[in-house]
Design a protein around this ligand. Structure first.
Ligand code: RTP
Ligand code: MG
Length: 149
């Protein structure tokens, strides 16, 4: 069983549209565990470092402008195959192609504002968790039985 951590971010459009609760709820109901969360304004420096792989792409400056335009909800989710599971809950990058039932499929319309980000590999997840949380995440037992009798 591969227990992984993955970095997930509700982008400015998701925060502004009041979708944070809906998105957190989908990850919780799937069975993933929240181990870090922070509502934050993103600096240009952090945005550029996060999206460094896209530096040469034509949409890079627009992307950085968008991510820094308003607060985001940065999170780390943990669980079995968390990286791939999070990507599957999110759906395809372009909301127009994302299947209904996925976050982007249900709430997105344009590729530039696709509501949510998730690490695309375990290697990206490790890099992004280090970048956004300095590698610091919580460890705790999450057991329903303790709270419901
Ligand atoms: P993300 O990194 O945000 O989770 O998205 P992703 O892995 O599904 O897609 P990626 O290829 O990493 O692209 C990063 C973000 O750039 C924006 N984008 N715009 N205008 C365009 O053609 C275009 N292509 C990508 C999207 O917002 C995408 O989420
Ligand atoms: Mg990506």
């Amino acid at each position: 069983m591969a227990i992984e951590q993955t970095f997930v971010m509700v982008k400015p459009d998701g925060v502004q549209r009041g979708l944070m609760g809906e998105i957190i709820s989908r990850f919780e109901r799937k069975g993933l565990k929240l181990v870090a969360a922070r509502l934050m304004q993103v600096s240009r420096e952090l945005a550029e470092a996060h999206y460094a792989e896209h530096r040469e792409r034509p949409f890079f400056s627009e992307l950085v402008q968008f991510i820094t335009s308003s607060p985001v909800l940065a999170m780390v989710w943990e669980g079995e195959n968390a990286v791939a599971v999070a990507r599957s809950l999110m759906g395809k990058t372009n909301p127009a192609e994302a299947a209904p039932g996925t976050i982007r499929g249900d709430f997105g319309l344009t590729i530039g504002m696709n509501v949510v980000h998730g690490s695309d590999s375990p290697e990206s997840a490790a890099r992004e968790i280090q970048l956004w949380f300095d590698g610091e995440t919580l460890r705790y037992d999450k057991s329903v039985e303790v709270w419901i009798r």
